[in-house]
Design a protein around this ligand. Structure first.
Ligand code: PLP
Length: 485
């Protein structure tokens, strides 16, 4: 069967008299829907959807799902936002009736098992991060950032330190960092990175003053580089009266090797929907829990899970210094179940292997690709690395061309044009889940494209060639989106 043949859109079948309905079709005894449903609940006119047979609908959606690229199709080296192995068995655990059937408004006496899972997960994550307490309310990494910065503000205000309105953020930071700080009302002071891609200590020194509320840092940073001066950075920020916020979306790089709390961070967020076995992408569902040092515990969002003297768990709402609620319940409970299963299944040594493999895989790929692409930083990377396609400029080839051509080779493109500090950037994160064979296949594709860039650049300019839509006008798609057929 020729799967490339043009297929009709579901709306193009319109006018057909087929139907997939299960309701009785016996016109001699039509069902009185008004009597069954109540006349107020009836539509004034039939819905404007095609009238199709069940198999047409099923085939339509199956075809569409084939056009999607996911981690089940192949490597997904999307730096910083990668999609890693998400064990399917965790889906079964999250779907166990005792978890899936529970209602968040049930009284705690009937949900002790679920609360115990949350309390245990909190203990495990506190141990992993080197912090004292956690909240599971934030629904995503960026939401965690917002919550952490609200805590930071509450702490400064509780000390009557009203001047602290500035958050220092390196120029390599993930875009959500300044966005979250701005949402809390902080002013952002961006500091440049040094030539080694790390925080420039002089720039930090210049930025610190008695208005500093804190520093937001990702470590390893978005270039995949570990801040070797992190203890010095932490000491200087603390001496200046600020707090340290750890963007832990990429904790898979240091899992069980180093802990943000030990590095001097006061607030940490994690992206459980990335590092702890839930698919990341498409905007959710996610979980971006926040961990804090003990002096920040009073400010955590309510409710906090607490236990009575006889060991019963309950949701404590009576916390006068709390910043309040940041979400209805506890993030996406299924994501928390998967995270707990992931921690138990791997254990301490398994999680250490996760970070070792994540770093080894990234370094292997970095070394193979350095033969053909510009490498802006010499330092061996951690979980991800950034290449530049600048060396193909003489051939008129950009990072976007390379990324689009990768689709023809059957791979998901890497993150491109981020971080902004590197020209023609391509940010690659293979994750610990890829084996040598798939890393080699990915490397071969990159190297073949690098060769094409010099010999047949037009192939890259017009890529991808095997998708229903090749190169949309991305600007128009964003400014004038056509959302209906
Ligand atoms: C370093 C970093 N910070 C923050 C985020 C934001 O997380 P989210 O997309 O869950 O809001 C991401 C996303 O992966 C990230 O990579």
């Amino acid at each position: 069967m020729n799967t490339d043949a043009p297929v009709k859109l579901i709306f193009e079948y319109e006018g057909q008299e087929t139907t997939g309905r299960l309701l009785p079709a016996d016109d001699s005894a039509p069902m009185d829907l008004a009597a069954v449903l109540g006349s107020d609940n009836l539509r004034p006119a039939p819905p404007e959807i095609p009238n199709l047979a069940e198999n047409q609908v099923v085939r339509h959606y199956t075809r569409l799902s084939d056009k999607n690229f996911g981690v089940d199709n192949g490597p997904y080296p999307l730096g910083s936002c990668t999609m890693k192995y998400n064990p399917k068995v965790h889906e079964d655990l999250a779907a166990l009736p005792g978890f899936a059937g529970v209602h968040p408004l049930q009284i705690p006496e009937t949900t002790q098992g679920c609360l115990e899972l949350l309390a245990e997960l909190e203990k495990q994550l506190c141990m992993i991060c080197g912090v004292d307490r956690m909240t599971f309310q934030p629904a995503a990494g960026a939401h965690g950032e917002l919550t952490g910065l609200l805590l930071m503000r509450a702490w400064h205000l509780s000390r009557n330190d009203h001047k602290r309105r500035t958050i220092i953020i390196p120029d390599s930071a993930h875009g959500t960092n300044p966005a979250s700080a701005a949402m809390v009302g902080f002013e952002i002071r961006e500091i440049r990175s040094g030539p080694d891609g790390l925080v420039d200590l002089n720039a930090l020194e210049e930025a610190l003053d008695d208005e500093t509320a804190g520093l937001m840092l990702t470590c390893p940073n978005t270039l995949g580089l570990f801040e070797k001066d992190i203890r010095r950075i932490a000491d200087r920020v603390h001496e200046a009266g600020g707090l340290l916020y750890y963007d832990g979306a990429n904790i898979n790089a240091i899992l069980m090797q180093a802990r943000p709390g030990d590095m001097g961070f006061d607030i940490v967020h994690l992206n459980l929907h990335k590092s702890f076995s839930s698919p990341h992408g498409g905007g959710g569902p996610g979980a971006g829990p926040i961990g804090v040092a003990s002096f920040l515990e009073p400010f955590l969002p309510v409710p906090v899970i607490s236990s009575t003297d006889d060991g019963r768990l309950f949701l404590d709402e009576q916390r006068p210094l709390s910043i309040g609620r940041v979400r209805g319940f506890h993030a996406s409970f299924a994501v928390l179940i998967r995270a707990y299963a992931y921690i138990l299944a791997n254990g301490t040594s398994g999680m250490r292997e996760v970070s070792e493999a994540a770093v080894a895989n990234a370094r292997y790929l970095q070394s193979r690709l350095s033969q053909a692409f510009d490498m802006p930083y010499e330092t061996p990377c951690m979980h991800e690395f950034v290449l530049s396609a600048s060396n193909f400029k003489p051939y008129g080839v950009s990072a976007m061309d390379v990324a689009k051509r990768l689709i023809d080779y059957g791979f998901h493109p890497p993150t491109v044009y981020f971080p902004l500090t590197v020209k023609e950037a391509m940010m690659i994160e293979p994750t610990e889940s890829e084996d040598r064979e798939s890393l080699d296949a990915l490397a071969e594709a990159f190297l073949a494209i690098a060769h094409e860039a010099k010999t047949r650049p037009e192939l890259l300019h017009t890529a991808p060639h095997n998708t229903p839509v090749s190169r949309p006008d991305e600007l128009r798609a964003a400014r004038q989106p056509i959302l209906r057929g």
